[in-house]
Design a protein around this ligand. Structure first.
Ligand code: GDP
Length: 332
């Protein structure tokens, strides 16, 4: 039996870094692909000396084949892709390359090099776009509304195709929004947590947001990487919705974040129409994680309010540390 060896494509991102920590704790030898040696490895601070990094172009079949042949992983997790949705309108071709062509390169290379390799494809709730039903399950028809969602839908279908045609142990995890202190501030939960903290510390005065009534099913990233790993421990690959099953509004998020630092969000949040998404805004995105619960024994460990508070606490710590380095903040 092959050693417990895993390859995490996109290891330096939020999910990749949490997954690396989990795999090391489970006794794996962990290899990771990073885009370039100059990429930020901040998220890997806790594990940097225990993972082996490879600078490989995952869109290059030969390079990926050489990496799989030399590392011989038992499990491969494909987490590499730009994930900030509005950006996908500015770079639709790059998004298609990573999230559609990249999956093709990976599945085809695995099939050729070692078809017993287990593979996890990070799919996204964006594939449901305008869903016909709510909550969504693994059987809900796909109806993406953005280049990101369309590219992820391709990757999702291709993972299924390879599972059926070649019998690969290939899993598509339909991940709903998942956050952590490692999430970039482009995403609204970190954007709000950081701003609430900065305002509470007197560093900033107001926060501009888009649609406060937009709703999402938000979970905690370390819970979601645990679901990825659990899925690859099953006898066969499958599709899994990974979600909390609850949706909340951006307004609720702001309310909890600001009140956690003793402020009223209404006094600090301003709506900027240019940040709203118009017809590309997604509604009714909420997942039914019943299959993951029943088959994987998976459940989220952090509820919505606790998630928001932990994001704020982490930003508070971060800003306080920076503020000490930068000298005292002048109030007023
Ligand atoms: P996404 O679901 O992957 O696009 O994650 P985001 O965190 O970027 O956005 C989640 C929701 O928050 C979307 O419905 C946005 O329209 C809404 N939203 C409201 N104000 C903002 C904002 O200022 N920035 C972002 N990124 N999203 C916002």
């Amino acid at each position: 039996m092959a050693a417990k060896r895993a390859l995490v494509i996109g290891i330096a991102g939020q999910d990749g870094s949490y997954l690396a920590e989990l795999l090391l704790a489970e006794g794996y030898e962990v290899h990771g692909v990073v885009r370039s040696a100059s990429a930020s490895l901040e998220n890997l601070a806790a594990v940097r000396d225990r993972v082996e990094l490879h600078e490989t172009d995952v869109l290059d079949v030969d390079a990926l084949a050489a990496l799989l042949s030399s590392t011989r992983p038992r499990e491969v997790y494909n987490l590499a892709a730009p994930s900030f949705v509005p950006q996908s309108w500015r770079e639709p071709v790059a998004v298609a390359e990573h999230s559609a062509v990249g999956v093709t390169v990976l599945l085809e290379t695995i099939r050729r090099i070692d078809a017993s390799t287990r593979v996890f494809q990070a799919s996204s709730s964006e594939i449901f776009g305008e869903p016909r039903e709510s909550p969504q399950t693994e059987e809900t028809p796909l109806a993406p509304l953005t280049p990101y969602g369309a590219a992820k839908a391709y990757g999702h279908f291709l993972t299924r195709c390879y599972r059926r045609r070649y019998g690969l142990h290939a899993t598509s995890g339909i991940l709903y929004n998942h956050e952590s202190p490692r999430r970039p501030v482009d995403f609204v939960p970190r954007k709000i947590a950081r701003a609430a903290t900065a305002i509470a510390l007197g560093l900033e005065r107001e926060l501009e947001l888009g649609n406060l009534d937009a709703r999402r099913d938000w979970g905690y990233a370390p819970d979601y990487v645990r679901a990825m790993w659990l899925a690859l421990q099953q006898p066969e690959g499958d599709d899994y919705v990974i979600a909390t099953g609850e949706s909340h509004s951006v307004r609720e998020l702001a309310e909890i974040a600001f009140s956690h630092v003793g402020l009223d969000y209404e006094e600090h949040v301003r709506v900027d129409e240019s940040l709203t998404r118009g017809s590309a805004e997604l509604h009714d995105l909420v997942g039914d994680p019943a299959r993951a619960r029943e088959r994987l024994g998976w459940a989220p460990s952090v509820d919505f309010a606790a998630l928001v508070r932990l994001l704020v606490d982490a930003d508070l710590e971060r800003l306080r540390a920076q503020h000490e380095v930068a000298g005292p903040v002048v109030e007023g």
